[in-house]
Design a protein around this ligand. Structure first.
Ligand SMILES: Nc1nc2c(ncn2[C@@H]2O[C@H](COP(=O)(O)OP(=O)(O)OP(=O)(O)O)[C@@H](O)[C@H]2O)c(=O)[nH]1
Ligand SMILES: [Mg+2]
Length: 462
């Protein structure tokens, strides 16, 4: 195997800050640190901060007064020898220290390379590596808590437990194949095997059921504002954003393209989208805008359906189709313009109620009445949708869902074959497929390792 290079990067964000950190990782990290900070003692201790001076490795001039730390392999983030130099924050100072680290023998790290090395060195599984990015990018308290749980290994541990159970199932099945022709015939206890597989499938399905909430927590709940032109969509968008982000006029068809903003409501992040009013139009630009609005709405978790309640409901065909096809999304009817005399007919109200998944809220976006009730309703829907991810093990990415679905399908095939008393060979094949899928999720393919270890514990045959 090639010796890995020693990489370096600025670990703190760009710009001005009290402290800036240069991180170095790899086999030469300590030598590089010594070249940069020649005054460090010869018997440098690991995991201890030293106040010293960083100097230019070539010319010897003082670059900065720094705190330096050496973290000896394997007790470091990457599992390699790691050194960190904490200098005074500031783009120029950091750039100069980084250049000095390169002159001392390090190469610039690629994006994510420290975490990649941590994963490759077995310091974390893939779900934890993903969680590092999620912690950094978390846009709400709830998303941050979930990312921290994943970083702590909650998801990985749960997958590893399933993996272990599955290994037992594979081992027993393969034992039944290998030893069925020998003197002491090994019989697979199919009742026990069925129970084990049913338990595993149940757990996998429970986890798959957390995906929607997990994704919404990680990425934000997608809230799309739709309705007829002039209903007040952009006015609502601006109110929720807290700033006049979208253009509002009394000309129907003002919004042409959709607009998106991240908005915090009650500790939850919403991906709020304002769209073009839905109507038939000859205008090419507006028509494209309507198409894009429909596209946005098809990915919505919550649709805020804005209705001008001062006139009878003139439901457009696109509007009807959109609301009827919004599978899985909540629909909250917003009866706007409550400051004007009501114009909705009784039949309109019945229709609105039938199309909404939650109770309609009457508001005037102009004078603010009903604003609290509307926010409360949005918060309630978001909280209900996110509840499955609030605690317990949760999956958050398509990658997790795909791997888990693959594992579940394979386990279901194995269960069915076991129940039908089919050949152990086929069952073992499916169980191995399921194991591989779980291995993909953790980024570890250790099936044969685990099999070897566990197999030696089973006293089957001689
Ligand atoms: N009286 C009254 N007028 C309102 C209310 N909310 C919005 N309006 C007005 O309705 C008009 C249209 O508002 P917009 O927010 O631009 O409507 P829109 O749904 O985004 O319209 P398009 O972008 O054309 O689809 C503007 O003149 C607003 O000031 C309300 O509660 N009461
Ligand atoms: Mg608009």
């Amino acid at each position: 195997m090639n010796t890995p290079s020693t990489i370096c990067a600025v670990a703190t964000p760009p710009g001005v800050g009290g402290v800036g950190i240069i991180r170095v990782s790899g086999p030469d990290a300590l030598a590089i640190l010594r070249r940069l900070c020649p005054a460090l003692p010869g018997d440098l201790q690991s995991h201890k901060l030293y106040l010293t001076q960083a100097r230019c490795p070539q010319r010897g001039e003082v670059l900065d007064e720094v705190l330096a730390v050496y973290m000896k392999t394997p007790r470091s983030y990457t599992g390699e020898d790691v050194c960190e130099i904490q200098g005074h924050g500031g783009a120029l100072n950091m750039a100069r220290l980084l250049e000095a680290a390169c002159n001392a023998g390090a190469v610039l790290a690629e994006p994510g390379e420290f975490t990649r090395r941590a994963f490759l060195n077995g310091r974390m599984d893939l779900t934890q590596a993903e969680a590092v990015a999620d912690v950094i990018h978390a846009s709400s308290q709830a998303a941050l808590r979930l990312a921290q749980r994943h970083l702590a290994g909650q998801l990985g541990e749960s997958m590893a437990r399933m993996q272990q159970e599955l290994v037992v199932a594979v081992t027993l099945t393969e034992a039944a194949i290998d030893f069925s022709t020998e003197e002491h015939v090994y019989q697979l206890d199919s009742t026990e095997q069925i129970g084990r597989l049913e338990g595993l499938i149940g757990e996998a399905k429970r986890l798959l059921g957390t995906f929607d909430a997990g994704r919404q927590l990680r990425e934000g709940v997608q809230v799309v504002i739709v309705g007829r032109p002039n209903a007040g969509k952009s006015t609502l968008f601006n109110r929720l954003c807290g700033q006049p982000r979208a253009i509002v006029t009394d000309i129907p068809g003002t919004t042409r393209d959709y607009l998106e903003e991240l908005v915090q409501v009650g500790g939850v992040t919403l991906r709020l989208v304002d769209t073009a009013g839905l109507r038939a139009t000859e205008d090419v630009v507006e028509r494209l805008g309507v198409d894009r609005s429909l596209e946005q709405a098809s990915g919505a978790d919550l649709i805020l359906w804005v209705i001008d309640a001062s006139a009878p409901l003139a439901l457009d065909d696109r509007e009807r189709a959109l609301l009827e096809q919004a599978a899985g999304a909540d629909v909250l009817p917003v009866l706007n313009k409550a400051d004007l005399p009501g114009g909705l007919l009784d039949a309109d109200r019945v229709l609105i109620e039938s199309m909404g998944t939650v109770e309609a809220v009457a508001v005037s976006l102009l004078d603010g009445q009903g604003g609290e009730a509307l926010l409360g309703a949005v918060e309630a829907v978001a909280a209900r949708r996110l509840a499955p991810a609030a605690e317990g093990v949760t999956i958050t990415r398509q990658r997790h869902r795909q791997a888990l679905s693959k594992a579940t399908e394979a386990m279901e095939r194995a269960l069915e074959a076991t129940q039908m008393g089919l050949s152990h060979e086929f069952i073992a094949l499916d169980l191995r497929l399921a194991l591989e899928a779980l291995g993909e999720m953790l980024g570890r393919v250790t099936i044969d390792d685990i099999l070897g270890r566990i197999f030696s514990d089973f006293c089957v045959g001689k």
